[in-house]
Design a protein. Sequence first.
Length: 76
Amino acid sequence: MLNLILSTIIMYYLVRTGDLLKLIRSGKKLFNDFLISFKKEKQETKGNNNPIEVLKLRYVQGEIDKAEYEQILKNL
């Protein structure tokens, strides 16, 4: 959020001063940063929804015992 606010302030200054090249460069950098953070967030959420990983986590935390773990694993 802070990055977005600072970028907005910088872009406003660059528009006011008329420095178009710096504005284009910073716009490209901001867009690339947004895409990279979006891809990272998407990968993180993909990994958390894997049912086998969730099952392993529940088993390690002690929510289910070994027999339940093996039975559920066979059903997947």
